[in-house]
Design a protein around this ligand. Structure first.
Ligand code: TYM
Length: 377
């Protein structure tokens, strides 16, 4: 029996090289050795506002991208999350064993909501230290002086609290709860392996926690899954800032290379990509921007880091970037050609068969969940 694998992408924004190198590229290899299930998670996408027509279009486009990248529906199950209702049902059940404290720790939530309890706590402590420091050891201070001081520094504390309250009140409940739905996606299928980029590992850790917690409380029901990272592709960084991940929601178009970018755009973006000081082409932690570009080069060309270092021993960034642009273009051109030739009808048919197959597994798992939780059958 092959082990089961599950992974997914959200149909929001434009898929970029990070999504491909961090996730989809390894799926193509893994579908040979695992019983693979690949999903397009539209329920996750609506945790931020989506235009309905665009969402429909994007959902189909992501499936086409899976297919163009080499995902083979004969070898795996390919479906859209909202077409298998069990995902939302299990998410609800898992909500009841999730803790807010687990969810407020999630980096993605902190980034998107601006709420970070550790940071807020540190700010509050600093404001209190200010009060204590200012009010200590100054002889002759009156009670009124002290009152003024507390009002002044105390205002700081009230401001911090109010910002936190506003951030909390404005963040969508779905966005907060997002990782629980992701846990449901994974646990519904007795998944053993979840191949993702590094940014998703914390969410997988939560899925593991919830599986264990549920099993302890209601009896063995879920397999505890494991995340699987691709090596150098685990986190592709932004071309405009190597300290941040390449992201669909980045502000600058120069952050990422979309899988639909044409050759001219790719060349322009790579030309503009930031580089490090010095001019040597070496793979080192001291040169994070170059390291990221070399990772992209090696992952798309099949060459090793050592090959690249040798090839550019006597050359500079200009030559390297020109060649990297061609490596990317040579990967994207046939990919985009395949993409263009996949019809909506073909995709809809694959998705229908995929949802039927996924549903059969999901239904069985929900029968067990319902029974173990104590619902009437
Ligand atoms: P999403 O749609 O943000 O990203 C899809 C996949 O791409 C990876 N990725 C990256 N890898 C390397 N470098 C980057 N810069 C980069 N940016 C994104 C992500 O790690 C991911 O593997 N919550 C998930 C979708 C999801 C899911 C699931 C994944 C929902 N349910 C169940 C696995 C299993 C997400 O938003 O991925």
């Amino acid at each position: 029996m092959k082990k089961r694998l599950f992974s997914a992408v959200q149909p929001s924004g434009n898929l970029h090289l990070g999504n491909y190198l961090g996730a989809i590229k390894q799926w193509v290899t893994l579908q040979e050795d695992y019983e693979a299930i690949f999903c397009v998670v539209d329920l996750h996408a609506i945790t931020v506002p989506q235009d309905p027509a665009t969402l429909r279009k994007k959902t189909l486009e992501i499936v086409k991208m899976y297919l163009a990248a080499g995902i083979n529906p004969e070898k795996c199950t390919l479906f859209v999350q909202s077409q298998v209702e069990e995902h939302t049902e299990l998410a609800w059940v898992l909500n009841t064993i999730s803790k807010n404290g687990d969810l407020t720790k999630m980096t993605q939530f902190k980034d998107k909501s601006g709420m970070d309890f550790e940071r807020i706590e540190a700010e509050l402590k600093a404001a209190l230290v200010d009060i204590a420091y200012e009010s200590s050891g100054v002889p002759g201070r009156t009670k009124d002086d002290f009152r003024i001081l507390v009002m002044k520094s105390g205002k700081n504390i009230i401001d911090i609290f109010q910002t936190m309250k506003e951030d909390f009140n404005s963040v969508g409940t779905g966005l907060f709860d997002y990782p629980v739905l992701m846990a449901a996606d994974i646990l519904l299928y007795d998944t053993t392996v979840v191949p993702v980029g590094k940014d998703q590992m914390q969410h997988i850790e939560l899925a593991r926690t919830l599986a264990r917690r549920f099993n302890e409380r209601f009896g063995e029901t879920f397999v505890v899954p494991e995340g699987k990272l691709s090596t150098e592709g685990a986190l592709i960084m932004g071309l405009d800032d190597p300290s941040k991940k390449m992201s669909k929601s980045a502000e600058s178009v120069y952050n990422s290379i979309a899988l639909t970018d044409d050759a001219e755009t790719v060349r322009k973006k790579i030309k503009k990509a930031v580089t490090d000081s010095g001019s040597e082409i070496v793979y080192s932690d001291e040169k994070p921007a170059l390291q990221n570009l070399i990772n992209i080069y090696t992952l798309l060309s099949g060459k090793t880091k050592e090959d690249v270092q040798t090839m550019y021993q006597d050359k500079g960034y200009g030559d390297f970037k020109n060649d990297l642009a061609e490596v990317v273009v040579n990967f994207l051109a046939p990919f985009q050609e395949r993409l263009k030739n996949i019809s909506d009808e073909e995709v809809l048919e694959i998705l229908k068969a995929g949802a039927d197959k996924a549903k059969r597994i999901a239904e069985q798992k929900m029968l067990a969940v319902r029974k173990n939780v104590g619902f009437l059958s």
